[in-house]
Design a protein around this ligand. Structure first.
Ligand SMILES: C[S@@+](CC[C@H](N)C(=O)[O-])C[C@H]1O[C@@H](n2cnc3c(N)ncnc32)[C@H](O)[C@@H]1O
Length: 258
């Protein structure tokens, strides 16, 4: 099992200069190969120390302390290979919470892209089938699935515009350029009560998707949202939103099959 090494940083806020000074840099390392010594810019850690139990404090040959523990899903997920833009965690979390998917859920997702959304959904669902037209992307996702040991994710080299093969589906998620072309396919694939969720970076794509819904008698638009994540800087009493942030990722539209 891969391990995580963390050296806790130390900062101090000096009021007279209104600035936080880093006394020791916080460092994090991911170690996939535990069969040899591990080199860091803070010195070398012996392989026998890498085998120590989770929570142990170990030292480099330069006497720098690190805590060690086993990497979990999120540590490995953050290292997936990426090609197209992936959907951010804040949006994935919202899809999961708003659709109530769980261990019995059958999901169809597309386009697969780097597989970020598909892989996360597969953690919760019974099965995820993901559609992708680009073979290069499929090859990357196959590697990601192998690295994360995901067993319930099926890849299809097929365009969602040509239809969805699966039936009685609990959730269809779309992250493709023209999601409105998949609405009637999703309507047929979903079971009553199932959700269709479309993620689009632009509001014009979102409008075209939502405006296509009224002609589908078995679909109702629940809501369209944009989720903002604002990270804060906390340095002594200097507490304020960070000045550099990702302001926009995409819009999420939630539709229900009735
Ligand atoms: C932005 S990426 C998806 C990222 C993905 N949601 C993730 O989190 O990793 C869009 C993907 O859709 C694929 N795509 C575009 N049109 C498609 C279609 N008609 N059917 C299936 N996939 C399609 C593209 O090749 C691209 O890989």
């Amino acid at each position: 099992m891969p391990k995580i090494l963390i050296r806790k940083g130390k900062k101090q806020y000096f009021e007279d200069i209104d600035r936080e000074v880093t006394l020791a840099k916080q460092r994090t390392f991911y170690i996939s190969d535990l069969s040899k010594d591990f080199s860091t810019d803070q010195g070398i850690i012996k392989k026998t120390d890498l085998e120590k139990k989770d929570g142990s404090v170990i030292k480099t040959n330069k006497d720098k302390e690190f805590n060690i523990f086993t990497a979990n899903f999120i540590d490995e997920y953050r290292r997936i290979k990426r090609l197209p833009q992936i959907i951010p965690l804040k949006d994935i979390g919202f899809i999961i919470s708003q659709t109530g998917i769980g261990k019995d859920s059958i999901i169809v997702d597309g386009g697969t892209g780097s597989g970020a959304l598909s892989i996360f959904l597969a953690r919760f669902a019974k099965t995820v089938t993901t559609y992708e037209i680009n073979k290069e992307h499929i090859a990357i996702v196959q590697e990601n699935i192998k690295d994360l040991k995901i067993k319930n994710l099926k890849l299809k080299n097929k365009s969602l515009y040509d239809g969805i093969d699966e039936k009685n589906v609990d959730l269809v998620t779309l992250d493709i350029p023209e999601p409105w072309l998949v609405v009637s396919h999703a309507e047929k694939a979903l079971k009553p009560g199932g959700f269709l969720v479309s993620y689009s970076p632009t509001i014009t794509q979102t409008a075209d998707f939502v405006n296509a819904l009224p002609e589908h008698k078995n679909l109702v638009h629940i809501k369209t949202i944009e989720l903002m994540e604002r990270e804060w800087q906390v340095e002594g009493r200097k507490v304020r939103p960070k000045s550099k942030q990702i302001i926009h990722s995409g819009f999420l539209s939630f539709v229900r099959r009735i």
